[in-house]
Design a protein around this ligand. Structure first.
Ligand code: ADP
Length: 165
């Protein structure tokens, strides 16, 4: 039984959807490494990597959740950490195809590493970092979608962008 799992992603910003997956993951694993990907295709992040790491750190006790970054292949990073479980979250059917593809590619690259999926809770299945940013930008209240300590920095960043034009 694995004690450690790696939960990789962009986390730009951390949402209550991510929090839900991590909390559910902690029922199965003793510790989770939340690993912020540095080289994902997504360009133009709103929060710096340091800010994202800090958001995650503030949310969880250090002895249960560790934060880290990685670039390159996830399976190489997992091996370097001596970890053979990758944790991912599933929302709607739309996630399924991409996640299936990625899990199979990773399995091909590293048959010893297993991807474990956790289903979003019913209150979280429609939350994504992208959508939260879009809705917040139009002035809507997003307090139920992100942790309280993410809310102000998120609104401030978006205001600063709008002020720039
Ligand atoms: P990525 O760019 O790798 O998709 P994200 O930060 O968007 O990074 O998501 C990381 C993981 O968390 C993915 O497996 C994604 O499906 C999952 N996830 C994100 N939001 C939710 C949510 N609301 N419910 C369940 N899983 C989620």
């Amino acid at each position: 039984m694995a004690e450690l799992a790696i939960y990789p992603g962009s986390f730009d910003p951390l949402t209550n959807g991510h929090v839900d997956i991590i909390e559910r993951g902690l029922r199965v694993f003793d510790r989770i490494v939340v690993a912020v990907a540095l080289n994902v295709r997504k360009k133009g992040a709103l929060f710096s990597v340091e800010e994202r790491l800090d958001q995650i750190k503030r949310q969880f006790p250090e002895d249960e959740v560790e934060v880290d970054t990685f670039h390159g292949l996830l399976v190489d990073y997992a091996r370097s950490r001596g970890c053979n479980v990758v944790l991912r979250g599933l929302r709607a059917v739309s996630d399924f195809e991409y996640e299936l593809q990625m899990a199979n590619m990773n399995r091909n690259l590293a048959p010893d590493i297993e991807t474990v999926f956790v289903m979003a809770g019913e209150n979280h299945f429609y939350i994504s970092s992208t959508l939260v940013k879009e809705v917040a930008r139009f002035g809507e209240d997003i307090s139920e979608f992100v942790p309280a300590h993410v809310l102000d920095p998120l609104n401030e960043k978006l205001e600063a962008i709008d002020d720039e034009g």
